[in-house]
Write a protein that binds this ligand. Structure first.
Ligand code: BGC
Length: 743
């Protein structure tokens, strides 16, 4: 990936930064690739994903390519699958355009590629590709593809291609919709009906198990040449074709206006989709672009963070924010962002703690209505969380480790061993990685603190926090030592599972119980009717409130010497780390792959440093000295390079808090490069959403040191020495704030 200094006119950027932010180098808005590497195509498809917060499409080529993973996903369109329970169905291929030149089909695995550039404009979400290709016949063809998903409304997208040749060539084009798509081997669609005619095609499909209807429609226009449109296709593939002779250096443009509507959003999705596509075709490309661009500008004006003196960091942060903006539910409160966003098949679009801990905070601060949608998704999932608690013999709401359409637990119990795919490995997270319930409460409280949105807390947020506390209080067991313990759990560091008294889990549970007591008091004082109703519904009486206090006060909280926390009981007794091996720059696999799933549990090597994660989230638990001591112990024992992608951004913040911004910068770079440089060799499966959200936190909470306190906010900056400034806005209790940190 290179970052050339493209020179697009950027008047829009001044508009964008009308609130005082400066935009910086135009190249930091542009992600560009100037060669096509077959071996990197899945990685490129992921990073060139575009979308609008409802609908995303990977950067897969319009004409396809052997070995590609063409995919487009839409929030809400779940279908059942074996083992992983459910996933979003890959939408019928709507962006495809097939081209023939004198009978030679255009595809990059044939002919000769003479020139290639693909670039994503982060400012407007437009993906472009220009190339020159020599067909097997010898004709040289110039193609310029562009596509975008309308950011101003949920259901529209458009794609076009300009075509020119060096000689007279007979051209055939085919643009349509294709239901024969798969999710890595699984077919989710049944074709219900289809049609094509008058340069328009439509397709009505239904998911096989969940019965969700989906309608795709497209209108195809050809400019620059006279040619009749021919409707056609095969079962599940309605198409519009054009054939014409193209004279040398006479460009024609084929435009495909698309609309995709599911039965979740419309009673008659076919009528809705065909109507929208027709409307788009009537309005034209430029009108749709103008609406979309203006929605993007508004979003960026609220979200952008300027970093001076470091174009790589600037581009990486904008890229991360872009990826979050296209996946975050802007049009619904019944969806949230999956661990791999909407950009690939990884983790089957399931929602983890990644969302609340890493991805919600940037939105709570910059676009709170989106954070609210994501928190509402959890509220709508309460029935699933209550069912999980009940099935485990507890009361209250125990949130699933992995959540999808309904809020029920969907973590697979088994996975293939990456070292030997004929073997299965037991996945314990769905059974015993319980910290997620407190992580959700923390995100609710953080949202409340910065937004002051009492109405949300009263209506919904309090219920999330309170019923979570009911769960903790019913699940904690008092033992003979008089303390409450959580045994057989998994903390954030998944290299060690089935451990007792994980410091992160126990501290967060105690925090959650205390916080719930405060929320209960606030609700009873400010909204007595709601408190009366909620406390009755959740069976929270005075005895229950007392019990929360008792459990929090008597929670077993492991404290080692000099404030050094033991990650879990027995951790210090494990074999210590071989530093030379852990820091060997030649190592290309994770320490877990090296030692095996069981072997790694016998060492102190960490996938992510969960005591430091605790110190990040609940800083009040640590004195400055204790923080430095824990940082000095746990940071060197972490598999930063190949362990969890969630770790580096938070390690960057912790390094700043430990007074080491340059070390923090090295951690920051690891997070910044997670997807852009594919450091874990798995970016093809999708964007690491937590790393993207963490990157914002590293800059805002780490290097700029922003802290919202009871009566306002302040910063404790700690910039890396080559950064000249950090500048951003955020919303504090409905009022836009501007933060400028200068070196
Ligand atoms: C990490 C978890 C994370 C999950 C999804 C795992 O590899 O250890 O902390 O929630 O990936 O990103």
């Amino acid at each position: 990936m290179t970052y050339p200094n493209l020179t697009p006119e950027r008047a829009a950027m001044n508009e964008l930064h009308a609130d005082g932010l400066r935009a910086g180098d135009p190249a930091t808005w542009q992600l560009t690739e100037d060669a096509f590497a077959v071996g990197a195509q899945l990685h490129s498809e992921t990073v060139f994903t575009i979308g609008n917060g409802q609908l995303c499409v990977r950067g897969s080529f319009e004409e396809g390519h052997p070995g590609d993973h063409p995919a487009s996903f839409m929030h809400g369109v779940w279908d059942d699958m074996p083992v992983s329970v459910t996933e979003l169905a890959n939408l019928p291929r709507w962006w495809g355009i097939d081209l023939w030149f004198d009978g030679d089909r255009f595809r990059l695995d044939t002919g000769r590629l003479l020139d290639f550039t693909r670039s994503l404009d982060l400012l407007t979400g437009v993906l472009s590709r220009s190339l020159r290709w020599e067909a097997p016949s010898g004709a040289v063809v110039e193609l310029g593809f562009e596509r975008f998903v309308d950011f101003s409304s949920p259901h529209r997208a458009a794609v076009r291609v300009s075509i020119a040749t060096d000689r007279a060539v007979q051209v055939r084009t085919r643009a349509g919709l294709d239901a024969h798509v798969e999710n890595t081997g699984l077919l989710h669609w049944r074709v219900v009906d289809q049609g094509a005619g008058d340069a328009a095609a439509w397709l009505h499909t239904r998911t096989r198990a969940t019965g969700i209807d989906l309608a795709c429609a497209c209108e195809v226009t050809l400019d620059g040449v006279e040619a009749d449109a021919t409707a056609g296709g095969t079962d599940g593939v309605p198409t519009i074709e054009h054939s014409f002779e193209l004279q040398p250096r006479r460009a024609v443009v084929l435009t495909k206006q698309v609309a995709i509507v599911s039965g979740i959003d419309a009673a008659d999705p076919v009528a809705e989709a065909t109507g929208l596509a027709r409307e788009s075709a009537g309005a034209g490309w430029d009108a749709l672009r103008a609406a979309s661009d203006s929605a993007w500008l508004q979003a960026w004006a609220r979200t952008d963070v300027v970093i001076g003196g470091d174009p790589e960091a600037q581009l990486a942060l904008r890229f991360s924010l872009f990826q979050l903006l296209i996946a975050a539910p802007r049009f619904t409160e019944n969806a949230s962002i999956g661990a791999k966003t909407l950009s690939g098949f990884g983790y089957r679009h399931h929602v983890f703690w990644d969302t609340e801990t890493f991805m919600v905070p940037p939105f709570s601060y910059s676009q709170p209505e989106i954070a609210r949608n994501m928190l509402m998704y959890r509220w709508h999932g309460l029935a699933g969380a209550r069912e999980k608690a009940r099935a485990n013999g507890h009361r209250g709401a125990q949130f699933p480790w992995e959540s999808a359409g309904t809020g029920a637990e969907v973590t697979p119990s088994w996975m293939a061993d990456p070292g030997d795919r004929t073997k299965l490995i037991r996945v314990w997270a769905g059974d015993i990685e319980i910290h997620i319930t407190a992580d959700i409460a923390l995100a609710v409280m953080q949202y409340w603190q910065v937004t002051g949105d009492d109405a949300f807390i009263c209506g919904y947020g309090a219920e999330l926090v309170l019923d979570g506390a009911v769960f903790w209080a019913s699940a904690a067991k008092r033992e003979d030592d008089g303390s409450y313990h959580f045994r057989n759990v998994v903390g954030p560091d998944e290299y060690h599972d089935r451990v007792d008294d994980n410091a992160y889990t126990n501290h967060l549970a105690a925090w959650h119980l205390r916080t719930a007591g405060i929320v209960a008091g606030w609700l009873a004082g400010h909204h007595p009717e709601r408190w009366a109703q909620l406390s009755a519904a959740l069976a929270i009486d005075a005895a229950e409130l007392d019990h929360w206090e008792t459990v929090a006060a008597a929670m077993y909280l492991p404290v080692g010497t000099d404030g050094l926390l033991e990650q879990f009981t027995g951790y210090f007794a494990l074999r210590d780390v071989d530093v030379a091996e852990l820091r060997d720059p030649a190592r290309t696999t994770s320490m877990q792959q090296r030692y095996g799933f069981e072997g790694i549990t016998e060492t102190q090597v960490l996938k992510q440093p969960d005591v430091l994660m605790l110190a990040y989230l609940l800083p009040e638990l640590f004195t400055g000295e204790a923080l430095a001591r824990n940082y000095a112990y746990y940071d060197p024992r972490t598999d930063h390079e190949h362990g969890s992608s969630l770790g580096p951004a938070i390690s960057a913040v912790m390094a700043c808090r430990a007074g080491q911004p340059e070390v923090g910068y090295q951690h920051f770079l690891r997070a910044a490069r997670a997807d852009l440089r594919d450091v874990r060799h798995n970016a093809g499966d999708g964007i690491h959403g937590a790393s993207a959200g963490g990157l914002w936190q590293a800059v805002v909470f780490g290097f700029a040191g922003l802290e919202v306190i009871a009566d306002g906010w302040h910063t404790t900056p700690m910039l890396p020495k080559h950064w000249t400034r950090v500048e951003f806005g955020f919303e504090h209790r409905g009022v836009r704030q501007r933060v400028v940190v200068e070196a």
